[in-house]
Write a protein that binds this ligand. Structure first.
Ligand SMILES: Cc1ncc(C[n+]2csc(CCOP(=O)(O)OP(=O)(O)O)c2C)c(N)n1
Ligand SMILES: CC(=O)[C@@H](O)[C@H](O)COP(=O)(O)O
Ligand SMILES: [Mg+2]
Length: 639
């Protein structure tokens, strides 16, 4: 017999419209059990999904999302939705190559109305859908589900601002408030939400007061009395719930409601559905990350995203350590420790993260230098300009932002930092292909989008020792500077102590040769070196340069060896259009160095999700693929 009898009987989500309360409670329990069992085998985002189970069941009861539109912010909390919209049987393929995405994807299901992965886009997208509906005379409800962390972004408020102003009907924002981002949520907004939770008695009284005011016979109400009644309501509101922000923005605020009480969720959604006919609604749902699985409730940060685990003990399954070969540290840890160490000697160093304290390794820095560490929330744009302000006053800010999330701050990097030549360091973790998170999270575009920035120094280390040196170089360059490094473990090379600066704009000749020049940056330097050794055994003599700097490029060194060899191979784990290999192509053309060029980079297409090594191979960047490509390229060269 199935462990999930009711869930397995749901052939289409529309069946849930007819479920009783008892059935929905059972369904919620089965969905939760299924998530725990399934993610314990595949890994994936976990604690956020255990928080949205009852809310999702309630939404499926009240709406038909083949007709109505729902936009899940980020999408990392939408596993219950995916399971209930026909994807349960494919859940074992989650985040695997050719398997289900960990987020929502329009091409994956007709229920996925909007794709995401980055935070705080849901309100804008759902509002666009609502306005398209109004303009085209269609009829469907639009729902955005956004977490308290994602609500800290300016973009979320840009959406609220417009939605309230337009008095958008059949439009609802559900604020899924679990008092957590990945790390504990930060900022005064969270304090405000907590205040709303403690001030909820107002909402119980509001309807009665409003009713009383409305039932005063109109004929008997003088204009002054009506005004006074309205004034009393407003005053009462403000005393009971100071600053009803969402109401003031034009939303009907409902809540807070206990997001794990199915009956309460259903009641609140029913009310919200009615109110939506009049104008925009904000439904405030209080949930708990990890709900129903004790280890995750106790440590929601650790359980935000996990690898496979033992469901009984809550132990994360890790490969047994090899005592003969200890695992190297992650690039993230090397960054966090180096920054902490440098900051011990220099009190001008400050660290900034946009809601990725542990992810970026800045938690290590925070422990040692709490007053100099700023988590600004999911607000990359603000983080960059905030760093610019700190730099203006003589501090040395280091903004640690994943490569993919710094895309949000493009204009701020240009307008606020580079044009003013301010000494801000950007430490971009997760450069290159990240693996299971997929297209929204690959850090493939950074070298291209930063290479055009005036004044900026742009670097990528070949190993963790070079990362340390690049960080040091960046901080003391007195210019805007950025370094990008990959997710995962470093190479295990010894770390020089004390750390020293690199000469700016100087590459490193790793091998001399006369046939080909292999010029690489970042993760592909090790591959280029190994490839040159292999090819040497086959009679092909390759010079290898570790470029270190994408900008300024070491034109002297690269030019010299390009002229000395017959052809050039440029390598990077980044996008080909505009990236490092593009810089090499431009340089050769500009200098009139007429050498055939093979560009080994990610072509102009989307890289899907899956295992890093496999994706790298598909992009022609694995050691095997590079060998084949370079051999074929060399074979085409004139003798
Ligand atoms: C622009 C952007 N910055 C950072 C992230 C990384 N990130 C993913 S989920 C998350 C926390 C979101 O918190 P919340 O919206 O409250 O959702 P919860 O996990 O609490 O359910 C963060 C910071 C992101 N996805 N997008
Ligand atoms: C949803 C999201 O954006 C994060 O949770 C992301 O998945 C974290 O990725 P890392 O595991 O690389 O920190
Ligand atoms: Mg949250």
């Amino acid at each position: 017999m199935s462990r999930y009898p009711l869930l397995d009987s749901v052939a289409a989500p529309q069946q849930i419209h007819h479920f009783s309360l008892v059935q929905m409670e059972q369904l919620a329990q089965e969905v939760r059990d299924f998530i725990i069992a399934s993610v314990s085998e595949t890994g994936g985002h976990f604690s956020s999904n255990l928080g949205t189970v009852e809310l999702t069941v309630g939404l499926m009861h009240h709406f038909d999302f083949l007709v109505d539109r729902i936009v899940w912010d980020v999408g990392h909390q939408a596993y219950p939705f995916k399971i209930l919209t026909g994807r349960k049987d494919r859940f074992s393929t989650l985040r695997k190559h050719n398997g289900l995405s960990g987020f929502l994807k329009r091409e994956e299901s007709p229920y996925d109305h909007f794709g995401a992965g980055h935070a705080s886009t849901s309100i804008s997208a759902a509002l666009g859908m609502a306005k398209a509906r109004d303009l085209t005379g269609q009829d469907y409800a639009c729902v955005a589900v956004i977490g308290d962390g994602s609500m800290t972004a300016g973009m979320a408020f840009e959406g609220l601002n417009q939605a309230g102003f337009l008095e958008t009907r059949k439009f609802m924002v559900i604020l899924n408030d679990n008092d957590m981002s990945i790390n504990p949520n930060v900022g005064s907004l969270q304090g405000y939400l907590n205040q709303m939770i403690s001030g909820q008695y107002y909402n119980r009284w509001r309807d009665r007061i409003e009713h009383a005011i409305k039932t005063i016979p109109v004929a008997s109400v003088s204009r002054r009395l009506a005004k006074a009644a309205k004034w009393s309501e407003e005053s009462f509101k403000r005393i009971a719930v100071p600053g009803l922000l969402f109401e003031d923005l034009g939303f009907r605020y409902i809540g807070p409601v206990n997001g794990h009480d199915v009956a309460a969720v259903l009641r609140a959604l029913r009310e919200a559905k009615e109110r939506m006919a009049e104008g925009p609604v904000l439904l405030h749902v209080q949930t708990q990350k990890g709900h129903g699985y004790d280890p995750a409730v106790k440590d929601p940060l650790k359980w935000h995203g996990v690898t496979a685990f033992d469901r009984e003990s809550g132990e994360i399954i890790k490969p047994a350590p090899d005592p003969a070969k200890p695992a190297p540290p992650s690039y993230t840890a090397v960054f966090g420790n180096t920054l902490t160490e440098l900051a011990r000697r220099d009190e001008k160093i400050v660290g900034i993260t946009a809601a990725m304290l542990d992810g970026t390794g800045l938690n290590l820095f925070q422990k040692a230098h709490p007053a100099r560490c700023f988590d600004v929330g999911i607000a990359e744009q603000h983080a960059v300009t905030f760093a610019a302000g700190l730099a203006c006053q003589g501090l040395r800010p280091v903004a640690a932002i994943y490569s993919t999330f710094l895309q949000r701050g493009f204009d701020q990097v240009l307008h606020d930092v580079c044009l003013q030549n301010l000494p801000v360091t950007f430490a971009m973790d997760r450069g290159g292909i990240v693996g299971a998170d997929g297209p929204t999270h690959h850090g493939l575009y950074d070298l291209a989008y930063l290479r055009c920035m005036p004044n900026l120094i742009l670097m990528a280390p070949k190993d963790e020792n070079e990362l340390r040196r690049m960080l040091f170089t960046a901080i003391y360059s007195n210019r805007p500077a950025a370094l990008r490094y990959p997710r995962g473990n470093a190479l295990g090379v010894p770390l020089e102590d004390p750390v020293t600066a690199l000469p700016i704009g100087k590459g490193e000749l790793l091998r001399e040769g006369r046939d080909l020049l292999l010029v690489a940056v970042g993760t592909l330097v090790a591959s280029a070196t190994a490839l040159a050794e292999r090819l040497a055994g086959e009679g092909l003599d390759c010079a290898v340069i570790n470029a270190r700097f994408i900008k300024p490029l070491d034109e002297q060194l690269i030019g010299q060896w390009a002229r000395h060899t017959r052809a050039v191979v440029a390598l990077e784990e980044g996008c080909a259009p505009g990236g490092f290999t593009g810089a090499i192509a431009e340089f050769l053309a500009d200098q009139g160095i007429a050498r055939p060029l093979l560009r080994c980079a990610v072509p102009d297409h989307i890289v899907h999700h899956g295992d890093h090594a496999r994706l790298l191979d598909e992009e022609g960047l694995s050691p095997r693929a590079l060998y084949d490509r370079v051999k074929a390229f060399a074979a085409e060269l004139r003798p």
